[in-house]
Design a protein. Structure first.
Length: 236
């Protein structure tokens, strides 16, 4: 009987706990060993709820950030098109360069936080100086709102990821506790087997067998990693 790899999912650990608790409770000679397994199963409920809630918050905060990023890119591109016309279609002119040190299509591929900071500290102040009748003027408030919304979304995602990381430590500790329980119980069962002159296989019977597929590390069986941004999605 081996320790369960801690990269396995929390549900995989639960299945092993359930199997051993049922097996131990079914034999009068081992029934008293089942209680710690039942307690660990109860602890699972709280740990799982925390992990599920933390993962949900990361996924939802990433989704909100994706939309904020897309909105900023759309308005930045639209602004760039009008600014290009207003600058006499000369991308090297000072009029255009005051907004875009690079082409708008390049700017929206910047690190999102850098793009937002450029918007807030360069574009918006420059737009505050243009005439009210300028077709560029409406973009001042629009881009400011877009950038601030994206920055706020990034901060919320960062908090969600930090919370998930903290919960991940709790999950890791719970898994380690399960492994310690299983190993110590196995040792107790070996003692019983020796005293009763049972074969060593007696102790193995109380633990769910790990198939070769179970013991192999795979993306499908391992604990999911922190939810990642979709391809092309923003990074802080």
């Amino acid at each position: 009987m081996r320790a369960i790899a801690t990269n396995r999912s929390i549900l995989h650990f639960l299945e092993h706990l359930e199997a051993s608790e049922a097996a131990l409770a079914a034999d009068p000679e081992t029934a008293e060993l089942a209680a710690p397994f039942a307690e660990s199963i109860q602890d699972f409920e709280g740990v799982f709820r925390k992990e599920r809630a933390a993962r949900r918050d990361v996924v939802r905060s990433q989704a909100v950030l994706n939309v904020a990023d897309a909105g900023l890119d759309i308005d930045t591109t639209a602004f760039g098109g009008i600014a290009f016309v207003e600058a006499g279609q000369d991308r090297r002119s000072p009029e255009f360069r005051q907004y875009f040190p690079v082409a708008p299509s390049q700017l929206i591929r910047w690190n999102l936080r850098k793009q937002c900071e450029h918007t807030v500290h360069v574009l918006v102040p420059a737009l505050s100086k243009v005439a009210k009748t300028s077709p560029l003027k409406p973009f001042a408030a629009k881009l400011k709102t877009r950038a601030e919304t994206a920055l706020d979304a990034m901060d919320k995602r960062a908090k969600a990821k930090a919370a998930l990381s903290h919960v991940g430590l709790e999950v890791e500790e719970w898994k380690e506790g399960v492994n310690r329980l299983r190993l110590s119980t196995y040792a107790e069962l070996l003692k019983i087997a020796a005293e009763k002159k049972y074969p060593k296989s007696y102790a193995d019977a109380f633990f769910m067998a790990e198939s070769r597929a179970d013991t192999a590390t795979s993306d499908e069986s391992a604990e999911p990693s922190t939810p990642a941004a979709p391809t092309g999605a923003p990074t802080a």
